[in-house]
Design a protein around this ligand. Structure first.
Ligand SMILES: [Zn+2]
Ligand SMILES: [Zn+2]
Length: 272
């Protein structure tokens, strides 16, 4: 059973309008024991062509912290509410990211590759002038580079998130095809004692797979990777714990027995 959703957003994130309380109510209705909010913080997020205002993907951390701790108290005994952050990392941002991660009492920090050299693969312009393969490889190479620059996180989010947005999405994507760049990314996480996040956003995006996909999870397990965290990446209440029973079955089938919930930066291992 998966009873904790450790990747979700509320209106403190630039791309969500969901009140925190509605996210927690949705979790309670689904029988979850624990939720961890992981609001977005991406320094130097670029403006897209023709765009004027936000998104800037910054977060008012003191206001977020205050709202979260108020909610934590209010739901005490019903749903455990944890304080997390999802940081969009690029190597040159390492020390800025570390300063933030150490300045607030986060239970859990996710590191994410959202940008490759300042460009977001979410937008088709990322793939202009390069092949899909080159775009994916460049993305996967960011993972060990980001880890080296910013080690103050607990779990790496949605490792192959780029396949949600590529020209052929995950049609021509496989672990074998990208083994040369995926293995060093997984090895770096294992050697550093970091967790690998399994994100059900892939199901929501119609990939038929979580992120990372099944063969990447198998490879991680085969390489000795045991530490995983689980999240829906919900930005709306109806997506909290999205497809969790399906994911639990997949993970058990691969040989995982536990998933981690980070509290105060320490993993609490829970049976799958
Ligand atoms: Zn993300
Ligand atoms: Zn997210």
């Amino acid at each position: 059973m998966l009873l904790a959703d450790c990747h979700m957003h509320s209106l403190f994130s630039t791309d969500s309008e969901a009140p925190m309380e509605e996210m927690v109510e949705a979790a309670a209705a689904k029988g979850l024991e624990t939720v961890c909010f992981t609001e977005h913080l991406d320094y130097d997020y670029p403006k897209q062509q023709g765009e004027e205002g936000p998104p800037d993907f910054l977060v008012d951390l003191p206001a977020y912290q205050e709202a979260l701790f108020e909610l934590k108290e209010r739901y005490c005994g019903r749903v455990e509410v944890l304080f997390g952050l999802e940081m969009g990392v690029m190597p040159y941002l390492g020390s800025r990211c570390s300063d933030v991660a150490r300045s607030f009492p986060f239970d859990f920090v996710l590191a994410s590759s959202h940008l490759v050299d300042g460009r977001d693969p979410y937008y088709p312009s990322y793939f202009e002038g390069i092949s899909e393969e080159e775009g994916y490889e460049a993305y996967f190479r960011t993972i060990p580079a980001n880890l080296a620059a910013f080690p103050d996180f607990h779990s790496y989010a949605h490792l192959d998130y780029i396949v949600r947005y590529g020209p052929r999405r995950n049609e021509a994507y496989s672990f074998e095809k990208y083994r040369e760049v995926l293995v060093p990314a997984l090895r770096a996480l294992i050697d550093a004692g970091k967790a690998l996040e399994v994100n059900t956003g892939g199901y929501k995006y119609g990939l038929g797979q979580p992120n990372p996909q099944t063969d990447v999870l198998r490879a991680y397990r085969a390489m000795g990777g045991e530490l995983i965290t689980v999240g829906s990446d919900a930005h709306k209440p109806e997506h909290v714990a999205y497809d969790f029973p399906r994911l639990a079955e997949l993970l058990r089938g691969i040989g995982f027995r536990y998933y981690a919930v980070f509290r105060g930066g320490k993993p609490d291992m829970r049976r799958l």
